[in-house]
Design a protein around this ligand. Structure first.
Ligand SMILES: CC(C)(COP(=O)(O)OP(=O)(O)OC[C@H]1O[C@@H](n2cnc3c(N)ncnc32)[C@H](O)[C@@H]1OP(=O)(O)O)[C@@H](O)C(=O)NCCC(=O)NCCS
Length: 128
């Protein structure tokens, strides 16, 4: 399985919406997110958004379509975001993990913060 991880292109918003709806989620356009996508056999199968505020960033909308889950695509997207954030000098990354994503966030080095729960999941942070 060869998966390409790359920046989302202008004109792919419908593709992002399809991934979100396949995961029964909504796209959250709070701030101005930068999206990356996972492409398998020419098809968008995963995505992740990033909102940056100076030296901090928040990872949002990490979604993989159900039929491709469990093959490492979610972790690849997360690693790509973290590598990018390290390159651009971000010092603190936050995320709100769901039950399904908690394992990959913890495996990537995130830790739970004191304010554990939010309406969307467990609050996490890390230093890339
Ligand atoms: C969270 C999500 C992005 C993970 O994507 P993924 O491609 O399955 O991720 P990976 O394959 O890299 O890792 C999956 C991990 O979750 C575990 N897992 C939990 N439920 C699973 C399931 N139904 N299928 C496969 N793996 C599952 C796997 O064991 C694996 O952990 P491991 O590497 O320690 O064995 C995906 O499940 C998803 O889109 N879920 C719905 C939306 C969501 O909750 N997004 C998170 C928002 S922060």
């Amino acid at each position: 399985m060869t998966v390409e991880i790359r920046a989302a292109r202008p004109g792919e918003v419908d593709g992002l919406r399809k991934i979100a709806s396949a995961t029964k989620a909504y796209l959250l356009f709070a701030g101005t997110p930068e999206f990356i996508v996972a492409v398998l056999d020419g098809r968008l199968v995963g995505m992740s958004g990033l909102v940056r505020h100076g030296e901090s960033a928040r990872i949002k909308n990490l979604f993989v379509v159900p039929e491709v889950r469990g093959k490492g695509v979610g972790s690849m997207l997360l690693q790509a975001q973290l590598a990018h954030l390290k390159r651009v000098g971000v010092k603190r990354v936050e995320a709100a993990a769901t039950d399904m994503s908690l394992r990959i966030f913890l495996a990537a080095g995130f830790t739970k913060t004191r304010s554990y729960s939010t309406s969307t999941g467990v609050r996490l942070e890390m230093t890339p």
